[in-house]
Design a protein around this ligand. Structure first.
Ligand code: 5RP
Length: 228
């Protein structure tokens, strides 16, 4: 499939930033899964060793299965490099993330990273955040009703994300709900992020206005690098 080739091209480009012995933050999603597969091959071929810090249970499981040493986020305050996917990328490298419901740990990793490299297929590029993807917001269960009301007051239309293979809502790795919030227009992602975060019980949003250092975009024949 063409889009998988695009993801692979972006993932391949990011590999060059990984060096022997480093502690690497690893995000979540299908592009990151491709990246982990390529990284596994590179580690074996170059006889490198790494410590990986995953942003989700799913990524940690995949990394362990591939033979990587995995360290818990709890003991990490800084990382030289982290690699992750995104759901939307605008021309200022602001992102929407959280399609895989891992946004809280993804943001901790992105903030801890000295360099945060994003890998996407070209379908993720948007003229303005929010045009294709609602903003995911992670909310602790007791704050559900309050946060739905406060988000509506901010002009958003929230929906509690539903699970596919179980009845009821998606439960994140942290035991919380995800609200997918549509806004008529996102003109200032930083400001919207700040407003949402002040609602009691909102833990994190999928708006990443400034975290990305660079973005590799896989196209149908090539890969391009967007830098701030
Ligand atoms: C998970 C994420 C992912 O990075 C995002 O959803 C992109 O996923 P994919 O690489 O499968 O398109 O933010 O919470």
């Amino acid at each position: 499939m063409a889009v998988m080739d695009e993801k692979r091209r972006a993932a391949e480009a990011a590999l060059a930033h990984v060096t022997d012995g480093m502690t690497l933050g690893v995000g979540t999603g299908s592009t990151v899964e491709i990246f982990i597969d390529l990284l596994t091959e590179k580690m074996a071929a170059d006889k490198m060793s790494l410590v990986c810090v995953p942003s989700s249970f799913a990524t940690g499981h995949r990394l362990r299965a591939a033979g990587f040493r995995v360290e818990c986020l709890t003991s990490i305050s800084t990382l030289p490099l982290a690699i992750d996917g995104a759901d939307e990328v605008d021309s200022h490298l602001a992102l929407i993330k959280g399609g895989g419901a891992a946004l809280l740990r993804e943001k901790i990793i992105a903030e801890a990273a000295q360099e945060f490299i994003v890998i996407v297929d070209q379908g993720k590029l948007v003229s303005r955040l929010g045009v294709k993807m609602p903003v995911p917001v992670e909310v602790i269960p007791p704050a559900l009703s309050l946060s739905l009301e406060r988000i509506r007051e901010l002009g958003g239309t929230p929906k509690v994300r539903q699970a596919h293979l179980k009845a009821g809502p998606v439960i994140t790795d942290n035991g919380n709900f995800i609200l997918d919030v549509t806004f008529p227009e996102i003109t200032d992602a930083s400001q919207l992020d700040s407003y949402l975060i002040t609602i009691p019980g909102v833990l994190e949003t999928g708006l990443f206005p400034h975290q990305a250092s660079s973005v590799y975009v896989g196209t149908d024949s090539d890969v391009k690098r967007l830098v701030k």
